[in-house]
Design a protein around this ligand. Structure first.
Ligand code: HEM
Ligand code: FES
Length: 356
């Protein structure tokens, strides 16, 4: 997004991230297959195809857990933010690994008859009323189609054309894919392996994904409640949102005003500016960002905006809403009504603290 920050760091970061994902997948598959060959021998030996189906399936399932846990982890601890930068690449890689799993599974289990393998997948098992014989592969197919939709629309082209809120809503469907996959794997285990430790791992995965989302959600709500309690209407439209000393230099702070709306405050060059907390890209929390090259820089993917008018530096054209702000003594006061995106607001100058 920014000439200085994103094009250099983003590309290098992207390459490192992609190599780690590719290397990680290759290592996982190799270890899984070596372990399968070593542990199951003689009468218990597993065929190469089934070993490949299991290695690819568990790999994609594990990757989906990382995709889903990245959001709440980054909210709970900033050290996980680098994982978030290229989460979309991990999502696309997850789809590709899952596609390989499904392709081998369809070829192996449905490819040797005289019916088209795909037709066979859809029609060979119609035991919809039985849990122990349910066609669990169809749940995998539905999830795979959703993962395809997510991967196909992951490019910024779709984000721009659909608009960030609609794009985000669409990508929430990934949770439906996750639910379908939990059932696919659980019913698959019931029918093919009956392995208690695998069932335990599936359960642990659900607990971790749900637990992290609940903890991150509770923390956000607590933060909002404390923020709303700290703020107080002063006079006219002005709301007191804290002390200038609470905002670290060249960093942001998030303030919650009545109604739960969040405002990002930034301190730089002896001034305070206020903008919406919502990044125009994917709604990243701007108040958790920094001032880099004189611009508010989103912590998620590095999009930048000038703090004084909410406009991205040329050649970029994105705009975010700004807020009127003033400093009285050491207290920051903002007008909670957002101004039109890109509206210039004079930054509030911080008076010298003569008391040290
Ligand atoms: C058309 C789509 C799919 C088909 C036909 C399919 C088919 C299968 C089959 C036949 C099995 C049992 C393999 C065995 O143990 O013999 C299986 C297990 C599994 N599948 Fe799928 N699958 C599909 C989609 C997916 C997707 C999208 C994911 C994950 C992202 C996935 C993850 C898994 C996992 C984790 C297992 C358990 C592996 C194990 O038993 O060790 N599957 N699938
Ligand atoms: S840069 Fe992606 S959400 Fe802000």
């Amino acid at each position: 997004m920014s000439v200085g920050y994103v094009t250099v760091q983003w590309n290098r970061h992207k390459r490192v991230y992609d190599s780690l994902v590719g290397g990680g997948v290759a290592l996982y598959l190799a270890l899984f297959i070596i372990a399968g060959k070593t542990l199951y021998t003689g009468a218990h030996a597993i065929s190469d195809e089934i070993l490949a189906i299991r290695a690819l399936g568990t790999c994609a399932y594990l990757m989906l857990h990382v995709v889903l846990c990245t959001g709440p982890l980054a909210r709970l601890d900033r050290r996980f933010l680098p994982l978030l930068y290229n989460r979309r690449h991990l999502g696309v890689a997850t789809f590709l690994v899952a596609l390989a799993h499904a392709t081998i599974a369809i070829g192996f289990y449905h490819g040797f008859g005289n019916v088209n393998p795909f037709i066979s997948l859809l029609t060979s098992n119609v035991n919809l009323g039985s849990l122990s014989a349910f066609p669990f592969q169809l749940l995998g197919l539905a999830a795979l189609l959703i993962l395809f939709l997510m991967a196909a629309t992951s490019h910024d082209f779709w984000l721009k054309n659909l608009g960030a809120p609609a794009w985000k809503r669409l990508h929430m469907v990934v949770y439906l894919a996750y639910a379908l996959l939990v059932l696919h794997v659980a019913l698959g285990i019931l029918q093919t392996q009956r392995s208690p430790w695998l069932a335990g791992l599936v359960g642990a995965g659900v607990v971790i994904v749900a637990g992290l989302h609940v903890v991150a959600g509770l923390r956000e709500r607590g933060h909002d409640r404390r923020g709303a309690q700290r703020t107080a209407r002063v006079n006219g439209p002005w709301v007191d949102v804290g002390c200038v000393d609470d905002v670290p230099d060249r960093r942001g702070m998030t303030a919650t005003v009545g109604g739960g709306e969040r405002i990002a405050l930034f301190r730089y060059d002896g001034c305070i500016s206020a903008t919406t907390n919502v990044c125009a890209h994917q709604g990243g929390p701007l108040g958790e960002g920094r001032i880099i090259d004189g611009c508010v820089t989103c912590p998620w993917h590095g999009w930048q905006y000038r703090p004084g008018d909410g406009q991205s530096p040329p050649p970029f054209t994105e705009r975010i809403a700004t807020h009127r702000v003033r400093v009285v003594g050491r207290r920051i006061q903002v007008d909670p009504t957002p101004l039109a995106p890109g509206t210039a607001v004079t930054p509030a100058r911080i008076e010298e603290d003569h008391h040290g």
